[in-house]
Write a protein that binds this ligand. Sequence first.
Ligand SMILES: [Mg+2]
Length: 232
Amino acid sequence: MHKLILWDVDHTLIETGGVGGEVFKDAFEQVTGRHIDRLADVTGRTEQVIFRETLDLYDIEDPGDYFPQFVEAQATGYQTRADEMRERGRVLPGAREALAAFAELPGITQTVLTGNPQPSALAKLQAFSLDGLLDLSIGAFGTDDSLRPKLVPIAQGRAFERYGHTHTEASTFIFGDTTSDVEAGQKGGAQVIAIASGRTTAEELREAGARTVFHDLADTAAIVQAVTTSSP
Ligand SMILES: [Mg+2]
């Protein structure tokens, strides 16, 4: 059976070291003309939701095209600050090795499932040279839908269009660090391998329903095995 791996980006593969929040605020100000000190809760949520709630937080009315403008400004921000992000941020321990190990295995396709807009996800992964290990043409992004569970069938559909493989819950795996990643798997139709490398604890991830939880990606063999030996 061909398997499809869907990686969350932030706090699963990489951390921006605070650059992400600053880029968000700068892009928000460019688009709305308003300087902001804080933004809505970001954990596990799609960018459309974070953006909309931050508008609400400051009582700003959207004339209708703010989000697409924001997406463009944010991606430019990440591209411009790639060096700084590499300095302040990092690839999480074991992430590159895990991606490289899966890339070597036959019968496995790996891409991203992220709340990030497509161009920002690409800019982040490029900054850390992880993009070449992923098949980003079939990824699902925060620009595809505001609801994370809906991103699972979007990625499965793209994998089918491109490779002709039909993916179900039995063959689809999400790696993610939040309860939203767990929920995306449960409601969207994917098995979840939770990684407690973000702000959510292993216990919280288990309580949310994750059957497989790792503290990090450091043990490449164990991570690979979680996918290759898994049965739904
Ligand atoms: Mg995350």
